[in-house]
Structures are given as C-alpha cells and as structure tokens.
Write a protein that binds this ligand. Structure first.
Ligand code: NAI
Ligand SMILES: N[C@@H](CC=O)C(=O)O
Ligand code: NA
Length: 440
C-alpha cells in the first residue's frame, strides 16, 4: 500500500469534529477505497481541552493554524475555521505555497480570494478542493468542474443556504416566528458563526459568486451580486404567496443577459408546483441550464456537520486516490489565468414578474390610482386584489396585492416610487421577484 495520506485539520467545530469522527471511524474502509490510509496527524483549534466526544491523543496540536499549515508533517491542510481573512487565508496560502493540498469549506474566503488561491495551487502543482463550500453535501462543484465541461451555461439558480430555507419552511409549515426558527437552525449547526451572513443573504451571495465563476468561466465577483436577505419576510407575505400559488425561497440566481451576467440573491416567489418549491428545511437545490446537457437539478443536504463533512471527506479521498503525475481539473474548472473578467448586468435591467404588497388608506380612488401608476410605467398586471383586514377589523389600512406580468426592475421601481408619492401608503411596500422555472 502507498504511504498514508497525512492530513491536518484547522477548526474542530461543527464540521471539523464531524470530519474527525468520519475519518477515524472509517479508517479501514477508506484505506480499502483509496488504496492508502488517511491519517489525521495534526489539528488546530481555539480550545485544546474542550470535550468534543473524541480523543486527540497521538495527534499533534497547534495553537497557530498558520504554523500548522507551514510546518506540520502533512500532505493536506483542511481549513474548517471560517472567515474570509486571516487566519484562514494566511493558513491556506501558507499550505499551498509549501506544496500541500488544501481542502476548505470556507465560501467567504473563496468568494474573495478564490482566484488567487487557485493560481497558487496551480503554480505549486497541488489541489484546492472546496466541495463543501457550496450547497454543503451536494456534489455541485465536482459536477460543474468536471461533468459539465464543454457546456455553455445560460442560467444557474438555487437554494444555497440551509439556514434560510429552514427558517422559511418552518414559518410556512408551522406558523413559527422568525427568531425562533433561526435559533433552531443555530442549535442544529446550520448557521454561520455570525448568522447575519445567512439571513442577510451574504452567504448565498458568496456561494453564488463561486458557482458563477464555474458556470460562466469568469473571475469570482462577490461584490457584484445584488443581495437582499430574508429579514423582511413576514408570515403575512408567506401566507399571501401561498394563496396566490407560490412559495417564497431565498434564491441565488446567475444568468447571461444581453449586457453581461446578472447575479442576484433575494427572496423569490416560485410556483408551488415547481420542483424547487418542494425543497424544504435544510435541503438545498441547484438547477443548471446548459446547452449540451439541458436542465439538471441537484438537491440534498445543504448544511449541518455530517452532510458538510461528507463533502470534505470526498475532497480528501480524491487526493488520497490520486497518484503522482495524474492531471487534475483546475480548481475553478479552467486554468485561473483563463478566467474572463466579470461583466455585470445591472439589477435595473432584470426582467421578470413581481409580487407587490401595499398597505393603503381605505378611501375612494386608491385602487384606481395604483392601477394607473402601473399602466403609466408600462406594467401589465396579472392580478390586483384587495385583502380583508386581519381578524376582520373595521378600520385601519387595507392590503392591496399586485402580481405583474414580466416587466423590468426599473419600471417596477419607478411605479412603486410614484405610488409612494401619492401619500396613501402605510409602511414600506413589499416587492418580491417571481422566478420563472421549468414548470412556469
Ligand atoms: N456548519 C455548516 O453547516 C457548514 C459550514 N461551512 C463552513 O465550514 C467552516 C466551519 O464551519 P463550522 O464548523 O460550522 O464552524 P464552527 O464555528 O462550529 O467551528 C469553527 C472552528 O474553528 C476554530 N477556529 C476559529 N478561529 C480559529 C483560529 N483563529 N485559530 C484556530 N481555530 C480557530 C474554532 O475554535 C472552531 O473549532 C466555515 O467556513 C463555514 O462557513 C460550510 C458548509 C456548511
Ligand atoms: N450557514 C450555511 C452553512 C452551509 O454552507 C447554511 O445555512 O447553508
Ligand atoms: Na457541495
């Protein structure tokens, strides 16, 4: 048998601990599959003495993950600390520069520094694997990097954040409040160390920017994503969507338009009968529309210790199975030097249907005024309904809900701005984009 593959793990939290357990409890099975043992020889985390339910005896401990990446006797540095900057970045950089393979689940770091890390991996002849960084356990990176080679992608979209999908599902299905659902997602190990990354949409944006690069062969452009999170989505919105035949999902969408590539993350209405609407809880899904393949949808566990560790383990096992001289797919699907500059298509030119919910004064002419502002901006309406006041109350603002036919973001913004100027609105209008799916 070839020499053992020695790995060092930095970060022994939700994912690192699950990985540690998976590797140590499946040692013989992995050795049979890979033709060599996989041995954890070094670890680094914040607390050496924390009870994690397994022993670190015989494993070299490093207080400093960068020192471990640079100095430890390891072949693979597994980065599971998180954070877009140091020490994760310094450690990954040090490991690649020292000729060690890197496996990471850190989408925040890759979204900012993925291209430079990919270049460093290429120039040092080592691998940068990151399956766990996008859609957790779903093998979407491998699919895009390897199986879709030669396809031209038109659109890629999906549910990329387990925490948000868990929250939206529990709110819709069980009528629970936002804060309670978020606390559950945190307890289950789905949320980021700072859950604002999840609920404000940044985590989805990080993942989307990585997928965009793989799909369209462009530089990763995380700052060029239009982002709205789910913090403004209320149970009322979820119920209104339900009545109209939709579910609300936080989607990341990237597509080619006439002016460039549109990258957007926002709460989205999808038809209730569509496949993506059926994706519930922590489950993620990615749909890829490609010219040779057609449409592919991958779905599976998007977060959680074991599901994420499964993807990390797959990446480590790929390295264990590889032999000297074997040529690997580049980290971002093509040599980093061949990635094209990213050309942004602005959100204002986005085309699609819209759901608009307005709280308005209950007086004559308001309904007609709303319809007129829409028509003035060239927006055609699929429906406009006035909803009964909650609990049958006799006074207070009325809710008017509009669903538009396909139009543009700039027209919707202009119409909503004009309605706001009329003085009959209470609170901010709720505007939710509707995404076209295979089913409608
Ligand atoms: N939890 C999940 O479901 C998923 C997490 N990820 C990513 O995996 C990575 C790890 O996530 P979790 O395990 O959930 O986080 P966590 O917060 O549970 O664990 C992080 C670990 O890193 C250690 N750490 C942090 N800073 C350190 C430092 N300066 N020096 C040494 N150790 C340090 C902590 O002590 C802890 O052991 C993150 O990049 C996260 O975005 C990716 C997919 C899913
Ligand atoms: N916080 C993330 C973890 C996986 O990437 C999520 O909820 O999806
Ligand atoms: Na994945």
């Amino acid at each position: 048998m070839t020499d053992a593959l020695k790995i060092g793990i930095a970060g022994l939290g939700t994912v690192g601990s699950a990985l540690f357990r998976a590797i140590t409890t499946r040692h013989n099975m992995l050795a049979d599959i890979c033709g060599r043992e996989i041995v954890i020889t070094a670890v680094s985390a914040r607390s050496r003495n924390r009870d994690r339910g397994f022993s670190l005896d015989g494993v070299n401990w490093y207080d400093d993950p960068v020192a471990m990446a640079r100095e430890a006797d390891i072949d693979v540095f597994v980065e599971l600390m998180g954070g877009e900057g140091d020490p994760a970045l310094a450690a990954a950089t040090a490991a690649l520069a020292a000729g060690r393979h890197v496996v990471t689940a850190n989408k925040a770091m890759l979204a900012r520094h993925g291209v430079e890390l990919a270049k460093l991996a290429e120039s040092n002849g080592v691998l940068l694997n990151f399956e766990a960084a996008v859609a957790g356990g779903i093998p979407v990176i491998k699919a895009m990097r390897e199986s879709l080679t030669g396809n031209s992608v038109q659109r890629i979209y999906g549910i990329l954040n387990g925490t948000c999908n868990y929250i939206l599902t529990r709110m819709q299905r069980d009528n629970l409040g936002f804060a309670e659902c978020l606390a559950e997602a945190q307890r289950l190990g789905y949320a980021e160390a700072d859950p604002a990354f999840d609920i404000e949409g940044n985590d989805t944006a990080h993942k989307l920017s990585i997928l965009t690069s793989l799909a369209f062969g462009t530089q990763i452009a995380a700052d060029e994503v239009y982002v709205e999170g789910i913090t403004n989505i209320s149970i009322d919105d979820i119920h209104a969507a339900d009545e109209l035949g939709y579910r609300i999902k936080l989607l990341g969408v990237a597509l080619k338009t006439g002016t460039g590539i549109e990258q957007r993350v926002h709460p989205t209405m999808v038809p209730k009968g569509s496949m993506i609407a059926q994706v519930e809880g922590v489950t993620n899904a990615v749909t890829i529309e490609a010219d040779i393949l057609g449409e592919l949808m991958l779905s599976g566990p998007g977060a959680g210790g074991d599901a994420t560790a499964s993807a990390v383990l797959g990446d480590v096992a790929d390295i264990a199975k590889s032999r000297p001289g074997h040529q690997h797919a580049p980290a971002l699907g093509r040599p980093a030097a061949k990635l094209e500059p990213y050309q942004r298509a602005q959100i204002q030119s986005h085309e699609g249907g819209y759901f608009i919910s307005l709280k308005v004064d209950d007086r004559a002419g308001v309904f007609a005024s709303i319809a007129t502002k829409m028509a003035d901006n060239g927006i055609s309406l699929e429906s406009i309904v006035q909803r009964a006041r909650p609990g049958g109350a006799a006074d207070g603002p009325q809710t008017v809900i509009l669903v538009t036919h396909a139009t543009t973001e700039s027209k919707v913004r202009s119409a909503v701005g004009a309605i706001k100027g009329e003085g009959y609105l209470s609170g901010e209008p709720q505007v939710i984009r509707i995404e076209r799916t295979r089913e409608g």
